[in-house]
Design a protein around this ligand. Structure first.
Ligand SMILES: [Zn+2]
Length: 83
């Protein structure tokens, strides 16, 4: 797998690979993938996800693979909790 993400699509800066968490909504549910390899622009922070990585995430969701762990996510409703 190549680690070259090319220059940033937005600002032309250099991108470097980092393993960062990514939130994915799928069929109305929230899934969190940790340590996802993504290219991150060193100038503007824009993230680039490779097609094969996106496909691998889709495959895990479609196969309903058993997650490493499950966490509870607090949910706030803006109008009743903040305003
Ligand atoms: Zn950039």
């Amino acid at each position: 797998m190549t680690k070259n993400y090319g220059d940033c699509f937005y600002c032309g800066g250099t991108t470097e690979e980092q393993a960062i968490p990514r939130e994915v909504r799928w069929k109305g549910e929230l899934f969190i993938f940790e340590n996802v390899p993504m290219g991150v622009c060193t100038q503007c922070g824009e993230k680039v996800l490779k097609p094969e990585v996106a496909k691998a995430i889709d495959r895990i969701l479609q196969e309903k693979k058993k997650p490493t762990r499950t966490i509870q996510v607090p949910v706030y409703h803006y109008e009743s909790d903040v305003a």
